[in-house]
Design a protein around this ligand. Sequence first.
Ligand SMILES: Nc1ncnc2c1ncn2[C@@H]1O[C@H](COP(=O)(O)OP(=O)(O)O)[C@@H](O)[C@H]1O
Ligand SMILES: Nc1nc2c(ncn2[C@H]2C[C@H](O)[C@@H](COP(=O)(O)O)O2)c(=O)[nH]1
Length: 207
Amino acid sequence: MKHAPFIAVEGPIGAGKTTLATMLAAELELPVIKEIVEENPFLDKFYQNMDDWSFQLEMFFLCNRYKQLEDTVTEYIVKGKPVISDYHIYKNLIFSERTLKGTKRDKYREIYHVLTDDLPKPDIILYIRADLDTLLARIAKRARPFEEEISKAYLQQLIEDYDDAMAQLAVREPSTTIVTIDGNKVDFVENQEDYHTIAAQLKELMK
Ligand SMILES: Nc1ncnc2c1ncn2[C@@H]1O[C@H](COP(=O)(O)OP(=O)(O)O)[C@@H](O)[C@H]1O
Ligand SMILES: Nc1nc2c(ncn2[C@H]2C[C@H](O)[C@@H](COP(=O)(O)O)O2)c(=O)[nH]1
């Protein structure tokens, strides 16, 4: 790779993004950017009533991620330093296209593009796919009270939305390398060999 890579770990809720990004950052001595979850004042309300709270929630995520991405650019990317993030800013659109409707969706889409179109996109995406049962088990393991409200239908829809989004990104951003990890079979937490295979693949891509 000609320049220091900007790496993102992606996948639906509970796939293991933060876990994998943290493990890789520790091993490769990379700064890690993690999304703001616990401090989000709208998540709890959103899971109780999606129609009422989706716009506030999506805007909160967008503003936070925009700020983090701006900081990532100035602190790392323009200085030629590699960095790993536990999300891709495109995640905003994956969720908002599902949770928003009508004019709010149109307005949000426009704001998203105004804010993000000129910002750097990741060079490498590690995309963790996992099926509904795996995600439900991991969400339960994480035990965030507000996530008890997540419906199976919503989660299943997000799994499909993620697959579609990654396929679209592969076409629209051909300079981005997408590595798909089968999160049902590959267990980078319990199985050292699985983890080392992913780490070795990433090191190779970073050369
Ligand atoms: N491969 C795995 N095997 C077992 N548990 C996992 C695995 N990946 C993640 N976990 C656990 O599942 C939960 C969700 O992982 P997390 O990294 O927070 O997911 P995400 O950031 O994608 O939402 C955490 O409790 C984490 O320890
Ligand atoms: N509606 C949205 N929800 C989002 C978004 N980003 C994250 N989330 C939710 C999903 C989880 O409950 C929690 C943490 O996300 P992880 O993917 O790290 O598990 O926040 C979003 O953009 N819109």
